[in-house]
Design a protein around this ligand. Structure first.
Ligand code: MRU
Length: 361
């Protein structure tokens, strides 16, 4: 997508230097920094510290991480160890496990001297496939937006999104934002309500940044404002992404998604979740079996931002002795979700819908 007139993907391999480039998302929106990654440890650091984040991008990063791990020693032990470390680096997004398993099953079939170059080919393909999947999500989602637009004849159409399921969370296009980008390119008049998304503020620092660069009208709101806006009929549609959808249709996504889905249900507002099929966990059908990542309380007690001199500062906003709890994701039962937008079409968020999708995935 577009950053100051130049198009970027969120991650790419440099064939000449044999390294990976990422956009360091912890520096956005104040600084646009490209970081070079040359080892497994560095990619794990980038994942854990959310320099790269968002389920599909985590999958791509994990795939390249597997390659970096075997650059000098492609033994089975190194592959197994890297797989374990990557899968544990952020436990909720299923895309990491999906990408690691995909690449590992290919690597074991290949001679040692070919493993690195073959691994890179697979990692590149995982990333390119994700771009295609997101584009396709965009086309299905665009039709949905167009139908609501034609039906309601409201200008602008107001869409609410939570967290960042934009191009920065994928390789390009995004999941929840792909329909918005396509609708905007086709000239529909849209406005996006962007949930700030405490504690890491992915909405205000990443989603709004993306939308601004694509010239799409957007307004940041506190996470708690959505309910009132729904009651006031200022939201026509909600679209979010997911870190994992399980086979009964439950959606595991950024903390706060559940409360938005509940409010949308109460106010008869359609609530869609957009994912590539790589974010679907076909093996789990009880949401309680999904590991919910708990992150450091420092993410609540400290905030970083830019001061009047253009310097990035980190400040503490809570009393030092206060305790914190910081679960990063929540579970939204399928009954509160109008549909799941995938690259294969739109499906019900229930066992039947997921079965139908599995049969063509
Ligand atoms: O903790 P994050 O920033 O990795 O969480 C991201 C989300 O919750 C996204 O909504 C999800 O990964 C979907 S990204 C297309």
């Amino acid at each position: 997508m577009n950053v100051d007139g130049k198009t970027y993907k969120t991650i790419w391999y440099d064939e000449k230097e044999k390294i990976i480039n990422i956009i360091d998302q912890t520096k956005l929106p104040h600084q646009f920094v490209i970081k070079k990654i040359s080892s497994l440890d560095q990619i794990i650091y980038a994942i854990k510290n959310m320099e790269v984040r968002g389920a599909p991008l985590l999958g791509g990063a994990a795939a390249y991480g597997m390659c970096l791990a075997i650059k000098d020693n492609p033994s089975d032990d190194v592959i197994d160890d890297a797989a374990k470390k990557l899968i544990n680096s952020r436990p909720t997004a299923i895309n990491i496990t999906w990408a690691v398993n995909k690449i590992r099953s290919e690597l074991i079939k290949i001679d040692n001297d070919q493993k690195f170059s073959h691994g890179i080919k697979i990692a590149n393909k995982i990333c390119n496939d994700d771009i295609e999947a997101c584009k396709s999500i965009g086309s299905y989602g665009y039709k949905l937006i167009k139908d609501i637009f034609d039906d309601k004849k409201i200008e602008p159409l107001n869409i609410l999104t939570h967290c960042n399921a934009g191009w920065l969370a994928t390789i390009d296009w995004g999941t929840a934002t792909a329909p918005i980008y396509q609708a905007n390119k086709k000239g529909l008049d849209l406005h996006v309500w962007v949930d700030e998304t405490r504690p890491r503020n992915q909405g205000s620092s990443l989603t709004s940044y993306e939308l601004n660069h694509e010239n799409i009208a957007n307004t940041i709101i506190a996470d708690n404002a959505g309910g009132l806006l729904m009651q006031q009929k200022k939201i026509d549609l909600c679209i979010t992404g997911a870190d994992r959808i399980i086979s009964d249709g439950s959606v595991i996504n950024k903390i706060g998604t559940y409360l938005k889905a509940l409010a949308a249900h109460e106010n008869n507002i359609p609530f869609y979740v957009a994912v590539p099929t790589s974010s679907i966990d076909w093996d789990i059908n009880d949401a309680n079996d999904v590991p919910i990542e708990e992150r450091s309380g420092d993410e609540l007690s400290n905030m970083s931002g830019i001061d009047n001199h253009g310097k990035i500062q980190n400040i503490r906003i809570y009393p030092e002795e206060s305790s914190t709890l910081n679960p990063a994701f929540d579970i939204t039962p399928g009954k509160f979700i109008t549909g799941i937008i995938t690259e294969k079409g739109i499906f019900g968020a229930n066992e039947e819908g997921l079965k139908k999708l599995k049969s063509i995935a």
